[in-house]
Ligand binder design. Structure first.
Ligand code: KG4
Ligand code: ZN
Length: 340
């Protein structure tokens, strides 16, 4: 079975073809980062319009790269939510329009399910069950995953997501957008002893997170700094920020593993690309004897491959999920543990 995946929930247009017999046949991505950079964040209306421009050329590219024709596609999976309503509508209409024209079934996929299953696309996929840490720009959640579609929420952020904290703190430091990679790079040359930032909810007896106070602590450091921030000051603050957020994320993962008795941890979402987080988790994994799995770096952030893949897995376990009713709606807010 060959599934076309369409991702357009935020500022990346992703199109991919996943073949259940041969694996990923092709994927193509267009990132709008340079367009949103000058505004310091994603401008939803610009994002929607750009998805319209990119979707069909990317589709043509994956067909060419895979040497498949439109008629060989068996089903079309698109991100139905969560995400920006206008941006989601573009992918949904492209997918459903194509489905109608080709008389192929379509299926709406949960964006976070795509992220969550993306490590299964790697060369060393985890077996079920596992604990998953979803750390993206919009979400920070710990889930217990028993199988495809069997997700139990164990804890989540009460305010900002981890990626959002990276982005907002980077903005305060004048490091540009997106902030995650920028802060991570700056932190490499930072002195860890200069500043100490709070570890929010580190000792709370639950698996929830809170990151807005960390961003406020960065703001306070920046405001209280008498001279303009030097590059070294920015590196030191970045280092303090990264150390704090990594310590909290690692500790909560350990607590989730302990609570569930599981030995496999899966990391997914854009912040999963973070080198310091990976180093912290790898160190904890060898010390505490559990296995940690990551998506390939290119599939940490938004992409079409994870949507095609999640769509294919869902079709295998729930064939009735696909429909030839091409009326569509999008779900900008859609809790992952509420998917059918
Ligand atoms: O999963 P994703 O592409 O989009 C959402 O679904 O939100 O995640 C984007 C987020 C952004 O907040 C970005 O700053 C963060 O992931 N990110 C990183 C890194 N690469 C991307 N954060 C920390 N370190 C990175 N290397
Ligand atoms: Zn995402």
């Amino acid at each position: 079975m060959i599934v076309l995946g369409v991702e357009s929930s935020c500022d990346e247009t992703g199109i991919a073809l996943y073949d259940t017999a041969q694996g990923l046949r092709a994927h193509a991505l267009y990132s709008q980062v340079s367009m949103h950079e000058e505004y310091g964040g994603v401008v939803p209306e610009l994002a929607s319009r750009d998805h319209i421009r990119r979707a069909i050329p990317l589709l043509e590219q994956v067909l060419k790269d895979s040497q498949l024709s439109l008629s060989e596609i068996d089903a079309i999976a698109y991100t139905q939510g969560p995400g920006l309503a206008g941006a989601l509508l573009v992918g949904a209409s492209v997918a459903c329009g194509l489905g109608l024209a080709l008389n192929k079934p379509v299926l709406g996929v949960h964006h976070l399910e795509g992220h969550l299953l993306s490590p299964l696309l790697s060369g060393t996929p985890p077996a079920f069950p596992f604990i998953a840490l979803l750390v993206s720009g919009g979400h920070t959640q710990l889930m217990q995953v028993e199988g495809v579609g069997q997700y139990t929420l164990l804890g989540e952020t009460l305010d900002d997501a981890a990626g959002e904290a990276f982005d907002k703190s980077a903005k305060l430091l004048g490091l540009g957008y997106p902030g995650g990679p920028a802060i991570s790079r700056m932190a490499e040359t930072g002195d860890p002893t200069v500043y100490k930032l709070p570890r929010p909810m580190l000792h709370a007896k639950n698996l929830d997170f809170s990151f807005s106070g960390l961003k406020t602590a960065v703001l306070t450091l920046v405001k209280n700094h008498t001279a303009p921030l030097s590059e070294q000051d920015k590196a030191n603050i970045s280092r303090a920020f990264v150390d704090a957020i990594v310590e909290v994320l690692v500790a909560k993962c350990l607590a989730a593993l302990k609570q569930s008795g599981m030995k496999r941890l899966v990391i997914a979402g854009g912040v999963g690309a973070n080198a310091q987080l990976r180093a912290g988790l790898n160190a904890a994994a060898s010390k505490k004897r559990f296995a940690v799995f990551y998506p390939e770096l290119e599939f940490c952030t938004d992409n079409g491959a994870m949507i095609a893949f999640a769509g294919a897995l869902r079709l295998q376990s729930h064939p009735e999920a696909a429909t030839r009713d091409y009326r569509f709606n999008v779900r900008p807010r859609w809790p992952l543990d509420q998917i059918g």
